[in-house]
Design a protein around this ligand. Structure first.
Ligand SMILES: Cc1cc2nc3c(=O)[nH]c(=O)nc-3n(C[C@H](O)[C@H](O)[C@H](O)COP(=O)(O)OP(=O)(O)OC[C@H]3O[C@@H](n4cnc5c(N)ncnc54)[C@H](O)[C@@H]3O)c2cc1C
Length: 436
């Protein structure tokens, strides 16, 4: 079946209100204090901090700014870290694990404060997030996790037993779940457009549709070749995440771009929305290859996202898989029409942790593992302070050594089908344990 018959449009739903467009061409400065590669959330947030501190700084983007993941995502302000607290403590010790979790709280607060202080018009609502458990055993574990989170970090989080689940979500698919009140949703394309507006007004130059092709050491600084000409920069920050290309071969061998896809339903009747999403919360679930979903900011549609294991073109199968997942959770949507289906790249690395790191003098802010709405602006800002040599604002629990090298990998993730099979097997085992 052709994609067009399944969803009316293959561009992000968000672009209706905030279309992504190229910027007018800018004269090229031959010398810069800082050159940033990538003008998504990370690059712009760094550029904003640097410009406000008086640095001459320009961000270069191969596409229109925002055309990467930053205008395509689900807009859920999750700030999640993939490894759980026990894994982090085992790997780094209790203190570092705590620092990582605590920084999530700080990063979310930074984002919410930034939206408010700068009056960013991005439909942000602090709705809370419900995470569904697929079995009673998982529910017990998740409930203990919610209690621990409240105790450790003072985050309002609690368990919702199966019997009360319909107050949060109109499905019997889950066996209860947990709620976190510190997570909400925004329109990601509007957020990016507003961040761009503020960054440009603060003096950041953004070169749109200008590819950076190479970065080389040149005396104390760098010689950066772009499709618009060559620039001498004192410092370079790379913020290319899931769109990393040959301009940073070192990063490309350490970061795996993975497609994520979102579908949007047509507008649903108010009584249907009130039944399916009574509190208009963000939604997640306890499966490795599970879905994330949410109401549109106007509360009229459901947007549901998940893995897209296709690698080329825009095939129909991943859209159909998401649609099937939607109907499984909400059987009354069996005949629903989809208005949009689109994809973008997230960036995974071996330890699944975002980070700031330096290699041969170049700084990198990257590896957001599908949770960059909170992490990318935060890590971008921290990276900027590190470039400015500040000690307080630059200190971050995500200041790590570079991500581990992936053997036999140079940008073609040949191993992804096997990784996805592995996750699918874990999910099948979890369903079996839950007797489903
Ligand atoms: C479908 C989808 C759903 C998601 N949902 C969520 C969610 O609900 N919540 C959440 O927290 N996160 C989510 N994410 C992740 C989030 O969108 C990203 O982590 C975040 O946008 C990353 O921002 P960034 O600035 O690092 O990268 P990007 O926004 O991807 O920007 C990178 C930029 O680098 C540019 N670039 C690359 N190479 C070059 C070069 N050589 N020269 C010039 N420019 C270059 C690209 O053109 C691109 O614009 C989702 C992502 C996707 C794709």
């Amino acid at each position: 079946m052709h994609e067009r018959r399944i969803a009316e449009q293959s561009t992000p739903f968000w672009w209706k209100l905030a279309p992504v467009t190229p910027l007018p061409q800018q004269p090229l400065a031959k010398k810069l204090d800082v050159l940033i590669v990538g003008a998504g959330y990370a690059g712009l947030s760094a550029g904003l901090a640097l410009a406000r501190a008086g640095r001459s700084v320009a961000a270069f983007d191969a596409m229109s700014p925002g055309e990467g993941a930053s205008s395509r995502n689900g807009g859920i302000t999750s700030g999640s870290i993939r490894p759980d607290y026990a894994t982090l403590s085992h790997r780094f010790g209790e203190q570092k694990a705590m620092a990582i979790e605590a920084e999530g709280k700080l990063a979310r607060a930074f984002l919410y404060d930034f939206i408010e202080t700068e009056r960013l018009d991005c439909d942000f609502q602090l709705t809370g997030l419900f995470k569904g458990a697929i079995g009673y055993e998982q529910y017990d574990t998740m409930a203990r996790g919610a209690e621990a989170l409240a105790k450790r970090l003072g985050i309002e989080s609690y368990a919702v037993p199966h019997a009360e689940q319909r107050n949060y979500i109109g499905t019997d698919f889950y066996r209860g779940g947990t709620v976190r009140r510190d997570i909400g949703g925004l329109n990601p394309a509007k957020f990016h457009a507003e961040l761009l507006r503020v960054a440009l007004a603060s003096g950041l130059t953004v070169h749109s549709n200008t590819l950076v092709t190479s970065i080389a050491r040149d005396g104390p600084g760098f010689r950066v070749v772009t499709s618009a000409g060559t620039v001498q920069a004192r410092q370079v920050l790379v913020c290319t995440n899931g769109y990393t290309d040959g301009a940073s071969p070192y990063l490309r061998r350490r970061l795996v771009p993975v497609r994520s896809r979102i579908i949007a339903t047509e507008e649903l009747a108010p009584d249907v929305m009130a039944r399916l999403m009574p509190k208009l919360m963000m939604m997640g679930e306890g499966l490795q290859l599970g879905f994330y979903y949410r109401p549109s900011p106007d509360g009229r549609r459901i947007l549901l996202g998940g893995r897209d294991s296709s690698r080329l073109g825009d095939p129909a199968a991943p859209t159909l898989r998401l649609r099937k997942g939607l109907v499984k959770r909400f059987p009354e949507l069996e005949n629903v029409r989809l208005s949009h289906s689109w994809f973008g790249n997230v960036a995974m690395n071996r330890d699944m942790l975002p980070r700031i790191f330096e290699k041969n003098g170049v700084l990198f802010a990257t590896g957001f593992c599908g949770s960059g709405v909170v992490w990318a602006p935060w890590i971008g800002m921290r990276a900027a302070h590190r470039l400015m040599g500040e000690s307080t604002h630059a200190r971050s629990a995500f200041d790590f050594r570079p991500p581990a090298f992936i053997p036999f990998y140079r940008g073609n993730p040949w191993f992804m089908p096997a990784v996805i099979q592995g996750y699918a097997l874990q999910d099948r085992i979890a369903m079996w344990r839950a007797k489903r």
